[in-house]
Structures are given as C-alpha cells and as structure tokens.
Write a protein that binds this ligand. Structure first.
Ligand code: SF4
Length: 228
C-alpha cells in the first residue's frame, strides 16, 4: 500500500514537472529535420554520436539525393560514406543505411514499418531509434526515448534511480509519465537538458523546476559552500 502511495505521489510530481516544462518550452519537438518516416529513420541513425545540428546540415542534401529505401540499398561503395562522412562513424552508419534500405525495400514494400517489433529487426535500428520514429513520424507513444539528456535530467529530478541502463530508465519513466505524453516528455527533457540542466553547470538558480528537484537544492548548497 505504501509503495502504491509512493508511485502515486511520484506520478503527481511528474505531472507537475511536465506542466512546467510545457509552459517553459511550448515549441519543444523533434530537432531532426524530416518530412517522412524514412527521412526520420535515416536522420536518427546518423544522429548517433553526432549533434542534431550537424545531422540537419548533412541530410539537407542527402534527402534530395536518396529518396527511397531502395536508393540507400543501391548506393555505390564509398559514395554514401562520403555523403555522410561529417556525422562520424560513417562506415558503420553507411552499412546500417544500406542494410535498413534493403530490408525495407525487400520485406516491407519500400515503406517504413510502424511497429516496435518490425522496426527493431531492421539493421542498425535499436529500441531508441524505433521509439523516435514511432513517436514522431507515426504519432505512436510506444516508449520513452532515453538519450544522454533524458538520463541526466531524470536522474537529477529523482524520476529514476538508474544512472546508466537506458532500458531500466525507460521502464521507470513509463510507470510515472502518462502514455499520451511519452514522446513529448523526451523532447521536453532534452530541451531542458540543453538549455538549463546542462551536464557540467546546471543553472539551478534560474530553473523553473527547482522546487521539485532534489538535486537542484544540493547543487545550490554546494555552490554556496564553495563561495564561503
Ligand atoms: S534544479 Fe538544477 S538539477 Fe534540478 S532540473 Fe533544474 S537545473 Fe537540473
């Protein structure tokens, strides 16, 4: 019973956090430019270990050149690698794009599938990438995208006790975040992580979540101690 009470309290607190973040970041959305599920899938694969801004620069030309899954599958050796070079890890990413393109062309009639099961069977597509595509291209809240910002901010806010394992963090979050908000919740935390709750120097003094954040009070106390 006590545990249930705890979970209910945590849900309420999470809803308050979401309401404040919605007011703070009313335009929060997926930062990867795309106009179709295929484009978002490609951009998400390219975003591994790369900034969204860099991916958007690369995909501006890439999407004009490769318009179908088949086009990625048929990209000549060395050419696709060069096209995506500046996103880093380009050999692995090109391999994923070719494999993903071939699987979609051969097994899904050229259309990106819209289930977690089918998406995660595609080469180079893990649960995080599938969640991004399902939430943002298909409007399906199947899970919560857990990236470095979501990991850090949800830990500081005390929404999970898992510091590293993205699957366990996601499991904690889906228990307390309303399902209709799963996709938006990630965008809100990513925006907050970029703008205020930064890794090295979180701006706790000006954070709208301070009253609800256990870590914020500790950060402020530690800063005050340093100044003495
Ligand atoms: S109070 Fe500080 S640690 Fe907490 S969410 Fe805000 S910036 Fe992050």
């Amino acid at each position: 019973m006590a545990a249930k009470k705890g979970l209910e309290a945590q849900r309420e607190r999470t809803e308050e956090i979401i309401a404040i973040l919605k007011r703070t970041y009313p335009d929060a959305k997926c930062a990867l430019d795309h106009s179709s599920p295929l484009e978002l899938l490609v951009a998400t694969i390219l975003s591994a270990q790369c900034t969204d801004a860099r991916v958007n620069i690369v995909t501006k030309d890439l999407f004009k050149k490769y318009k179908t899954a088949k086009a990625y599958a048929a990209a000549p050796a060395g050419v696709l690698e060069k096209d995506i070079q500046s996103t880093g890890f380009f050999n692995n990413k090109a391999k994923s794009l070719r494999g993903m393109g071939a699987a979609i062309a051969d097994e899904h009639g050229g259309k990106v599938p819209d289930t977690m099961e089918e998406l995660t069977k595609l080469p180079g597509v893990g649960r995080k990438t599938a969640n991004v595509v399902l939430g943002n291209a298909f409007g399906k809240n199947i899970g919560v995208v857990v990236d470095t910002h979501v990991t850090r901010v949800s830990n500081r806010l005390g929404l999970t006790k898992h510091a590293v394992d993205a699957v366990k963090i996601e499991q904690d979050l889906i228990k307390i975040v309303p399902q209709a908000e799963w996709t938006l919740f990630s965008h809100l935390l990513i925006h907050h992580g970029r703008q205020i709750c930064q890794a090295r120097k979180p701006k706790c003094e000006s954070c709208p979540l301070l009253e609800l954040c256990p870590a914020g009070k500790k950060f402020i106390a530690a800063e005050a101690k340093k100044k003495k």
